[in-house]
Design a protein around this ligand. Structure first.
Ligand SMILES: [Zn+2]
Length: 257
């Protein structure tokens, strides 16, 4: 992929991209595994618990993406793993937060700001409830980061400029109003983005944005993440962490363009 115009590049003195973010994991719904899950977005609470136990055994600490990037800025991100949960499902409060609290870790929840208290209407799978404004506030009050996942979970690629601005900018405004706090993080629905979407996230005042697949090394607005599948065992998660580190190592040594 070529670097989109206007992309922020973090370069060291040798001209190499210097962003060395540790692995960032991407979860969605946390719920008992017997429910139908055609899109493989539901991880059982006890499996999340096993994943966090593995991180602890490895001497790693789970943190929100904002905390991870702040640590990276200070050169203190070694030993951290970013934990992110997409879509703002209501089960985050019921099932994920107790597990996260038990392990003393924080996470980022990406919320669809125009659908608070609604359902995942963008998906053709089973309908799942989304947190309302009070739920979103309780997530922040528990020490987790709340980020934006647009207004309607729209695919941002090729969108009309006005609609794109609304999806990206208005969602930040809505969440800042709900939380009475700044919202620095953005996440592209389905991880899909183009140069206009990344520019819109920058223009809306976000500090960073994350994706799921391809990313631009060193670009705060296409931060990569590793998808966690419902059935991922500890060794499979370990392999995903290793693969993430390998991808980032490759990114560090890519010559600047
Ligand atoms: Zn999503």
């Amino acid at each position: 992929m070529s670097v989109p115009p206007g992309t922020v590049q973090d370069l060291d003195t040798a001209g190499r991209r210097r962003m060395r973010i540790p692995p960032v994991l991407m979860y969605h719904s946390i719920c008992a595994s017997e429910h139908p899950d055609p899109h493989r977005i539901r991880v059982a609470p006890d499996r999340l618990d096993r994943h966090l136990r593995l991180l602890r055994r490895l001497g790693l600490r789970g943190v929100s993406l904002a905390e991870l990037l702040e640590a990276e800025r200070r050169g203190a991100a070694d030993g951290l793993v970013g934990l992110t949960f997409d879509d703002g499902y209501a089960d985050f409060v019921e099932h994920a937060m107790p597990v996260l609290a038990r392990h003393g870790v924080t996470a980022t929840l990406y919320v669809v700001a125009g659908l608070l208290g609604g359902q995942n209407a963008w998906d053709d799978g089973p309908r799942l409830g989304l947190l309302d404004a009070d739920g979103v506030r309780s997530v922040a009050a528990a020490g987790h980061e709340v980020g934006s996942h647009t207004m309607t979970h729209a695919d941002l690629r090729g969108l009309d400029a006005g609609i794109l601005r609304h999806e990206v900018g208005e969602s930040r405004r809505v969440l800042e109003d709900v939380l009475q706090a700044e919202v620095p993080g953005f996440c592209y629905p389905w991880g899909r983005f183009d140069a206009a979407a990344a520019d819109a996230a920058r223009a809306a005042g976000y500090d960073h944005a994350c994706v799921t697949g391809d990313f631009f090394p060193g670009d705060r607005f296409t931060l990569p993440r590793a998808y966690v599948a419902p059935g991922d065992s500890a060794p499979q998660l370990l392999a995903k962490l290793a693969r993430f580190r390998w991808r980032m190592r490759g990114a560090e040594t890519t010559p600047a363009r």
